[in-house]
Design a protein around this ligand. Structure first.
Ligand SMILES: [Cu+2]
Length: 146
């Protein structure tokens, strides 16, 4: 019997790792993203009012208008800054909403009904100046000395 010697030849695995990486760069097609950036319109106008409670009522009224992103009423200046989406609403709608809550704006007189229901401290003077500078302006002294 022939002894078959099986010689196991260990074949060293050759470094077959191909170094040629010919992966083609996939050209990224620049997508023109239709970014729906809503152009906001900023608006400010005069609104009469007295205090912090007025502020919340006025701002709440402005914010209740669909499309209004922000509303900030300045108690000293008697002025509101509103930012809104003019594809959804317009300035008059905001004036009307504030007026409906009982407050006078530059363009629309406040609802008398709503005014009556305002707390005492909020019953502002209808002769009040709007769009003030913010500096406390005392009564007009016509005979002011320089
Ligand atoms: Cu008030």
């Amino acid at each position: 019997m022939k002894k078959v010697i099986l010689s196991v030849v260990a074949i060293a695995a050759l470094g077959l790792t191909s170094c040629k990486n010919e992966t083609k760069k996939v050209e990224e097609t620049t997508k023109t993203e239709v970014s729906k950036e809503i152009a906001m319109t900023d608006l400010s106008f005069g609104v009469r009012g007295n205090c912090g409670m007025c502020k919340s009522t006025i701002e709440k009224a402005a914010n209740s208008v669909e499309g209004v992103a922000s509303a900030n009423w300045d108690v000293d200046k008697k002025k509101i800054d509103v930012s809104f989406d003019d594809s959804k609403t317009d300035a008059m709608a905001i004036h009307k909403a504030i007026a409906a809550s009982g407050y006078d704006t530059e363009k629309v007189a406040g609802s008398e009904e709503a005014y009556k229901d305002l707390p005492g401290c909020c019953k502002y003077d209808h002769e009040m100046m709007m769009n003030q500078s913010g500096e406390t302006k005392s009564e007009d002294h016509s005979d002011h000395n320089h």
